[in-house]
Ligand binder design. Structure first.
Ligand code: GAR
Length: 227
């Protein structure tokens, strides 16, 4: 079975990218291959992580494009040119439009550093999420991996993991604990769940195509007529 070709989109340090690279190396993402890293900014440390792992990378900066549609068009072009079948947002700080998302339905996943539906949506990213959790006074937070749809942090949840908030936590201390105890664990797991599903779908559709080459009635056609 062909592995699902994955692009990881990043904007910063890339510790979640590193967790994915390490998981793939350890054989924990057997149905996926990290084939491309796309950074939204030049010079971010995530690019060094990609280079060290021998993964091709590209920088596509929002500000070098006139508007969001032309930025997303450039992003889509690079993804398609590289045969990317699945996208992982790993600390990617831009919100993708509904127009973009429809090119990869149920094929984009995101890691968010809170238990959705708490502390999520527009304006909740990075350290701000932990600041908000501490300000509210919740005793438990965590991380969520979810599908990306047209609503910010609104897609179907794939995995979540809870993390305790401790006395004296600062946003930075809490961010590190959430990463270590939740994000770096559930992101690779969710990545494999989706990569496996997509790899199997592709294999199945190729099986259907075999019927054509054998001169039989294609199964696809039969299914279509049943509707
Ligand atoms: C991570 O905590 C990730 O969950 C968060 O940014 C950090 C990126 O760290 N993402 C969001 O807030 C998206 N809404 P990393 O670059 O070290 O992976």
């Amino acid at each position: 079975m062909e592995k699902t070709k994955i692009a990881v989109l990043v904007s910063g340090g890339g510790t979640n990218l590193q967790a994915l690279i390490d998981a793939e190396k350890a054989g924990n993402i057997p149905h996926g291959k990290i084939s491309l890293v796309v950074a939204s900014k030049p010079g971010v440390f995530a690019l060094e992580r990609a280079a060290k792992a021998g993964i091709p990378s590209v920088v596509i900066e929002r500000k070098t494009y006139a508007d969001k549609p032309s930025f997303e068009e450039a992003l889509l072009k690079v993804l398609k040119e590289n045969g990317i079948q699945m996208i992982v947002l790993a600390g990617f700080m831009l919100v993708l439009s509904a127009d973009f998302v429809k090119h990869y339905p149920d094929k984009i996943i995101n890691v968010h550093p809170a238990l959705i539906p708490s502390f999520c949506g527009d304006g909740f990213y990075g350290l701000h999420v932990h600041e908000a959790a501490l300000k509210y006074g919740v005793k438990v937070t965590g991380a969520t991996v979810h599908f990306v749809n047209e609503v910010t942090d609104g897609g179907k949840i794939i995995l979540q993991k809870a993390v305790d908030i401790l006395e004296g936590d600062t946003p930075e201390v809490l961010q590190k604990r959430v990463m270590e105890q939740a994000e770096w664990i559930i992101l690779p797991k969710a990545c494999e769940i989706v990569a496996e599903k997509l790899a199997k779908e592709v294999a199945l559709s190729e099986d259907f195509d075999d019927y054509d080459s054998n001169g039989k009635i294609p199964l696809k056609t039969l299914l279509h007529h049943d509707k």
